[in-house]
Design a binder for this molecule. Structure first.
Ligand code: AMP
Ligand code: ZN
Length: 469
């Protein structure tokens, strides 16, 4: 498989450290609010990557943290802890907030067919591990105490900005705009490993440490949880592009300073989901969730389909119009598969199966080109082969795409869809065109006509459903 590596800025062949095995780390959610569908775009694409690696025969171990402490409002070590912000907002304790939003995150993942990683660890359960690594960094001369906090000394590294050619001036005017300068830092890029004395007196969660009562910084969580579960040689690390700096840059700095050699070979970053007014973000307060889409009758798997239709390295603009287009395409796909299920003819043609599977693999091997993989899926439907071959291929591709295609089609075909007369299907098709064109008067009159002919038409999460009155 070829994959774009943010570390080298190139598409490279993916070669894990141990043949046949992949160690994979994912930055988990900060559980102070619901995940928005932008966050979930990242997790969907990472899920596809993990599943494709498994499909390709690798034995994958994937680890994810849950950020329940230490992620401050600003990535530049200032502002409140986001968890505390959530607790204040809802008049609950930090741990209540963490539990509620962790459960909500996994419930959303389930709806989107995102597999839970093999290991999921909340940061608050690993405090001893953080203290161990921070102590070693101090001992090796990579960290210092100042004003009560422990900082990582970036001047001790040969290269700090491993992903970019940033310089400190860029940071002053760019990334760090509006961030108050911390006088304790020896170098501008230094970052906090452990907070003890800080202006965040209201921090609720605190632990004893060799440097006083305090709490860990955000970056150290991921380094420690990854190394603890996946060892010193990590194959692939994932996250959204906003994590590249400072989070992943700092993860590399402290991990490599600790182990004394290169840590992770491949960095996989998913580009953002934007709305017309810019990047979707939790801190802006207004954002779209899976539950909101479901309340508007969108099947969450339509959102997954929408994400897979574009490449993970391009930013994606969300609009209801775009989602409606994805829904129409998804529904059509499902009804074509339902028709195949009703036919069920022939045997699996092995040669055709291998050829069409080859197309799918070629798309996925090409830097996870999911939109071409979906084209390969359409080519299956168009192919001159048996229904059995087509269904076997769809089931096979869906191990990776996880669009619930066979399940949705089974539901549709087991409903009384086959018994609907052609005339009604035709009217329903016209009605859906009218709705798409926002001609609601026409859509309503077509619905009435369908009703007069003895059928009910309704929008469900699975798509348009027609049934006999
Ligand atoms: P957070 O919960 O803020 O720690 O973010 C969880 C994940 O979502 C991280 O991998 C982020 O990089 C990613 N992320 C944040 N905003 C977006 C967005 N608008 N589109 C895609 N991914 C995002
Ligand atoms: Zn992380």
């Amino acid at each position: 498989m070829n994959i774009y590596n943010t570390l080298t800025h190139k598409i490279e062949e993916f070669v894990p450290n141990v043949p046949g095995k992949v160690s994979m780390y994912t930055c988990g959610p900060t559980v102070y609010h619901y995940a928005h569908i932008g966050n979930l775009r990242s997790y969907i694409m990472e899920d596809v990557l993990e599943k494709y690696l498994r499909y390709d025969g690798y034995d994958v171990k994937r680890v994810m943290n849950i950020t329940d402490v230490g992620h401050l409002t600003s990535d530049g070590d200032t502002g409140d802890d986001k968890m505390l912000k959530g607790a204040k907002r809802e008049h609950k304790t930090v741990m209540e907030i963490a539990k509620f939003y962790t459960d909500a995150f996994f419930a959303d993942c389930k709806k989107l067919n995102i597999k839970t990683p093999d290991v999921v660890t909340p940061a608050t359960q690993c405090i001893d591990d953080f203290i161990k690594v921070i102590s070693a960094l101090i001992e090796k001369g990579y960290a210092y105490e100042a004003g009560g906090n422990i900082y990582f000394d970036t001047s001790k590294l040969k290269e700090y900005y491993v992903f970019h050619n940033f310089n400190e001036e860029d940071l002053e005017v760019g990334v760090r705009e509006g961030v108050e300068e911390d006088k304790n830092k020896k170098n501008k890029a230094d970052f906090v490993l452990w907070f003890t004395k800080s202006k965040f007196d209201s921090q609720e969660l605190k632990w004893d440490s060799p440097w006083g009562v305090g709490y860990p910084g955000w970056h150290i969580e991921c380094s420690c949880i990854s190394m603890k579960n996946l060892g010193e040689y990590l194959d692939i690390h994932c996250g959204g592009v906003d994590n590249i700096f400072p989070h992943h840059t700092n993860e590399v700095a402290q991990s490599e300073a600790y182990i004394g050699h290169k840590w992770c070979n491949y960095w996989f970053h998913v580009h953002h989901l934007n709305t017309n007014s810019g990047k979707m973000s939790k801190s802006k307060g207004e954002f779209l969730t899976v539950s909101l889409l479901a309340s508007k009758n969108y099947n969450p798997l339509v959102y997954r389909f929408f994400c897979l239709q574009s490449h993970y390295r391009k930013s994606l603009v969300f609009s209801y119009e775009n989602l409606d287009n994805a829904r129409t395409a998804y529904d059509k796909l499902v009804s074509r598969i339902a028709a195949l299920l009703n036919t069920k003819d022939g045997e699996v043609d092995k040669e055709m199966f291998d050829k069409l599977k080859g197309e799918f693999k070629a798309a996925m091997d090409d830097d996870l080109n999911t939109s071409n993989a979906i084209t390969a899926l359409y080519n299956v439907l168009k192919a001159d082969t048996t229904a059995a071959t087509k269904l076997a291929l769809i089931e096979d591709f869906d191990k990776v795409l996880s669009l619930g295609l066979i399940e949705a089609a089974t539901k549709l075909s087991s409903s009384d869809a086959e018994d609907i007369p052609e005339e009604i299907l035709q009217l329903a098709e016209e009605r859906s065109k009218a709705r798409k064109a926002k001609d609601f008067a026409l859509a309503d009159s077509l619905r009435d006509k369908i009703s007069q002919l003895g059928y009910v038409i309704e929008e469900t999460r699975q798509g348009t459903k027609i049934s006999k009155k």
